[in-house]
Design a protein around this ligand. Structure first.
Ligand SMILES: [Fe+2]
Ligand SMILES: [Fe+2]
Length: 471
């Protein structure tokens, strides 16, 4: 492994030999640190956190853990190793040599794809900046910060691409990425889901389950890209995303476990007064975050997605493994479109349905997560099962946007929607209740009453290890 450990920017892209790029990135670095200090986790700038830092892409370089102050975290640039003679695996350019430089005719589209992905990375750090103040344990606090610094590294990874391959435009875009602010009216983040604050830990665990999983699938699709540096960047980012999903999935699982224990202990479903989160309320949070995250895949019928696929810019997740015909020609996708006040089955060309294919794959992955949660309920002898709402429910983007469908996907009247809204989604009172549970627990080994302790610690450490040294 030829990881060049650069003092200031760890990397495996031979940064030392590219003076121009090095200068550009060293120029951008202070702005990034300023952004972190202004918009990163509030109140923990000088705390020392037990964090994993990537120092190279091999297994050893990957497992480097130590205490570090977050503004001193060594954000690096790592791409998965280059495959000799890699060919484009889909679309009209199938079989041609992957591009090592940006093809002129695809410059605009590639820049847009990269910027849209890049914008979500700092956005999520901004959304989560207040969470540290109400952490349920030091273990969870550390995991939050690990996710945050890695989203910061994902920003670095994308900024590297912009600086290296997109010249002046790329540098401007890199600056813009530090100028937009989640939730800001004048200069918001690009995608609406990334403009909602995440200010309670239940939302954080839902976000890392459902929204980080959108990230995983976007990265899987971009990891297929014919633009090789983008593909390699995304492949390495996927290894980090796995930890974010772990944090989300086990986080929700621990909440469920605690709720189940309280239900059994007090022999009631109404565990709110015993400091637990009722299962019906958890289901509403699932409804909210899952439907919100579905929007991130874009419109069901998309000519943009079709042209990205045709050009070889953005592919299908697991193209090689799951598909035999890699051009996606002369095939259709069956969809129910909303026409004249009703759903009508329609066949669209498979290429126009690329967003929908990715959304389907995403849903399958989520179903596996929900299944695991349901197993936990069974193990506690509780007769309740979580479900994912149908994809038409509560959408803000695409064919079903802003139309009333119930969680089964049936069209309902506006009046019925308003009447049942409080059964479907968390009410303001319920959100406020969840917030009352969010009291900081910062003694080592202690865990808040609304969530079960983790099964095991991080990197072989005990659960009661001092994961964060508060200053
Ligand atoms: Fe990310
Ligand atoms: Fe993530």
């Amino acid at each position: 492994m030829q990881a060049i450990s650069n003092d200031r920017i760890p990397n495996n892209v031979s940064l030392a030999s590219d003076q121009r790029l090095q200068r550009a990135l060293l120029n951008w670095q202070p702005s990034f640190i300023n952004w972190w200090k202004e918009m990163g986790p509030e109140g923990f700038l000088s705390s020392r956190v037990y964090l994993r830092t990537a120092v190279s892409v091999d297994a050893e370089g990957w497992a480097f853990y130590d205490y570090v102050r977050m503004p001193e975290y060594r954000w690096g640039i790592f791409l998965a190793p280059r495959e000799e003679n890699r060919a484009i695996g889909f679309g009209d350019n199938l079989g041609q040599k992957a591009w090592q430089e940006v093809p002129g005719e695809h410059r605009g589209a590639l820049r847009r794809l990269i910027v849209t992905q890049a914008d979500t990375e700092p956005a999520s750090v901004e959304q989560q900046r207040d969470l540290g103040k109400t952490c349920p344990s030091l273990y969870d606090l550390r995991n939050l910060f690990q996710v945050n610094v890695e989203e910061g590294r994902h920003l670095w990874a994308m900024v590297y691409l912009l600086h290296s391959y997109f010249g002046r435009d790329g540098r401007d875009e890199a600056d813009e990425l530090l100028a937009r602010r989640s939730g800001n009216v004048d200069n918001p983040r690009i995608l609406h889901t990334f403009n909602e604050p995440i200010d309670d830990w239940l939302s954080f665990f839902m976000f890392t389950t459902f929204t980080d999983r959108d990230g995983k699938f976007q990265l899987l699709a971009l990891a297929e890209s014919g633009f090789d540096p983008l593909a390699r960047t995304c492949r390495f980012m996927l290894t980090e995303e796995a930890h974010h999903l772990f944090v989300g999935q086990t986080g929700v699982q621990r909440v469920i476990r605690r709720s189940a224990e309280l239900m059994n202990q007090h022999n009631t479903d109404d565990i709110a007064r015993h400091g637990g989160i009722p299962l019906t309320l958890l289901q509403k949070y699932i409804n909210f975050w899952y439907s919100n995250s579905l929007d991130l895949f874009g419109s069901e019928v998309s000519s943009n997605a079709a042209s990205y696929f045709a050009a070889g810019l953005k592919g299908r997740a697991f193209e090689e493994k799951l598909f035999s015909e890699h051009r996606a020609l002369n095939q259709t996708y069956q969809l129910e479109l909303w026409e004249n006040g009703k759903l009508s089955p329609t066949e669209i060309s498979l290429r126009s349905a690329m967003n929908e294919l990715l959304r389907d794959a995403y849903t399958q992955d989520n179903l596996r997560a929900v299944e695991k949660w349901n197993k936990d309920l069974l193990a506690h002898h509780i007769d309740y099962q979580f479900t994912l709402p149908q994809k038409r429910f509560h959408r803000k983007v695409g064919e079903y946007a802003d139309r009333p469908f119930d969680p089964m996907g049936h069209p309902i009247s506006e009046a019925a929607w308003r009447e049942r809204l409080s059964e479907y989604l968390p009410t303001n009172e319920e959100r406020a209740f969840v917030k009352t549970l969010m009291q900081p627990i910062t003694n080592e080994g202690e865990v808040a009453g609304w969530i079960a302790p983790p099964n095991k610690g991080i990197n072989g450490q005990a659960v009661d290890f001092k994961y964060v040294l508060l200053s």
